[in-house]
Design a protein around this ligand. Structure first.
Ligand code: SF4
Ligand code: SF4
Length: 439
């Protein structure tokens, strides 16, 4: 079988064996649930409830009139006890609606099985995706309704469903593919209906042969959906690299997948779309891989959004004495957590409690110009130069070296024998450039 791939990239130890064979287990939500008004790329929502309000599952808590945004709903029933800034997984404090859970799981009346998927128009389906607030579950959290409504001049002819799950440790998409593949396919069918396309590809790395087999079997019941085996290589799940591997198309610098006729969505986003059309249901839960040597009972847990990291780790068991670092997401692109105060949000794919053996604690030393970061950069950039110029704050030269094309995959830092924090420096420089452009 010919495996599809891209140039550059690397092969970190994937550590997936710890959780990949453990079935998804549901976790109880917290007593105090916190809903940050910003769980997506775009404008934060404004709360639409008040302290003292009774709320039910699926009730709208916050929304925004901005073009790029996604509403936030309650995932439990109970009472609003505060509207205030609370810790967000991105390390800041964000305006949040705090609900005291009554554990009665009373649902909004509108959530039920509708059986009208065949009669809804594409625009009605798109509106449902928008109303329930779906964002990309892969971690980028871009509002899905915007992805699914490209400008009229962009002719989309296929979508790619990202089942690569190339970050080490992560196996949540893998378990979703094994345990609920029909919901994924129903979601893909709805994406195809909304975009008016007849072709979809599901890209899965070849270190997941069981998932490839299951998805290929289910695909025989659907027309136009093809499962593609991809070479296992990080960052195979990046949008641009998936598109290149599967269609051969290159997304030009500064352009988007829609510019080459493609929309990319994550496996679990498809599940969310299926539930949005079938039940009008916002995302109440998502599967989170909880792993790392600091976790006593690693596994894939179905977590209610709004549940605190402290409660998730309490259920999975964390050995704080040996945990050196907690990360939300994967070790290559995830976000370090200073404590366990933040909560599971729409983009929480994993929580890792890593020991010092699992992370690099090496001190940065001077670059030896070995060129490893350059040969491995999947975007064909010059990380060594970006590192040097970002360090001295020379943003103009960073721009000349196409810093904005960096996908922040972490490959350069991972490969650097001198332990240079290249990705981190590039990220900061990109934020600075973006802020200056706004001014
Ligand atoms: S983080 Fe950026 S510069 Fe570094 S390897 Fe990835 S794309 Fe290249
Ligand atoms: S990998 Fe590290 S040491 Fe080698 S050229 Fe890049 S920055 Fe320098």
């Amino acid at each position: 079988m010919k495996l599809l791939t891209f140039k550059g990239g690397t092969h970190p130890n994937d550590h997936k064996e710890t959780t990949q064979n453990i079935p998804i287990k549901e976790l109880a939500p917290s007593k105090i649930m916190v809903y940050p008004m910003s769980q997506h790329i775009g404008a934060p929502c404004n709360p639409v409830v008040a302290v003292g309000d009774d709320v039910v599952m699926g009730q709208l808590l916050g929304e925004s009139t901005a073009f790029v945004s996604a509403p936030v709903h309650s995932t439990v029933s109970g009472k609003v006890v505060a509207i205030e800034k609370r810790p967000h997984p991105n390390g800041t404090k964000v305006m949040s609606v705090v609900v005291e859970n009554d554990f009665e799981d009373r649902k909004a009346e509108y959530i039920k099985e509708y059986n009208d998927a065949l009669t809804l128009s594409a625009s009605e389906k798109l509106e449902l995706v928008k109303q329930v607030g779906i964002v990309g579950h892969g971690g980028a959290t871009f509002p899905t309704h915007i992805k699914l409504s490209p400008p009229p001049d962009k002719k989309i002819d296929c979508c790619i469903i990202n089942g690569a799950e190339c970050e080490p440790y992560l196996t949540s998409d893998y378990r979703v593919m094994l345990e609920t593949p029909e919901d994924v396919f129903e979601g893909i069918k709805e994406i195809m209906a909304i975009l008016g396309i007849e072709k979809a590809y599901i890209g899965i790395e070849n270190n997941k042969p069981e998932a490839i087999n299951v998805m290929k079997k289910v695909a025989t019941n659907y027309s136009g959906i093809e499962v593609c085996a991809l070479k296992t290589k990080y960052p195979q799940g990046s949008e641009k690299h998936l598109i290149k591997a599967i269609t051969g198309r290159e997304v030009p610098s500064g352009k988007l997948p829609a510019d080459v006729g493609v929309v990319v969505d994550n496996i679990d986003t498809c599940t969310a779309i299926c539930h949005a059309i079938k039940y009008r249901q916002p995302v109440f839960t998502r599967v989170v891989t909880v792993s790392g040597l600091g976790v006593k009972n690693p596994g894939n847990y179905k977590v209610r959004l709004g549940t605190s990291f402290a409660d998730i780790f309490a259920a999975a068991g964390i050995d704080e004495a040996i945990t050196a670092k907690v990360i939300m997401g994967g070790p290559m692109m995830g976000t370090s957590q200073p404590n366990l105060d933040a909560v599971a949000i729409k983009g929480t794919s994993a929580l890792l409690a890593l020991t010092k053996e699992e992370i690099s604690l090496d001190e940065e030393i001077a670059c030896t110009r070995c060129g490893k970061c350059v040969s491995k950069c999947p975007m064909g950039l010059m990380p060594v130069q970006l590192n040097s110029f970002a360090k001295i704050g020379d943003m103009d030269t960073c721009l000349k070296y196409d810093i904005m094309d960096c996908i922040e995959c972490g490959v350069c830092s991972f490969t650097c024998p001198s332990a240079n924090h290249i990705t981190q420096r590039i990220k900061l420089a990109k934020r600075k450039i973006a802020a200056n452009r706004k001014k």
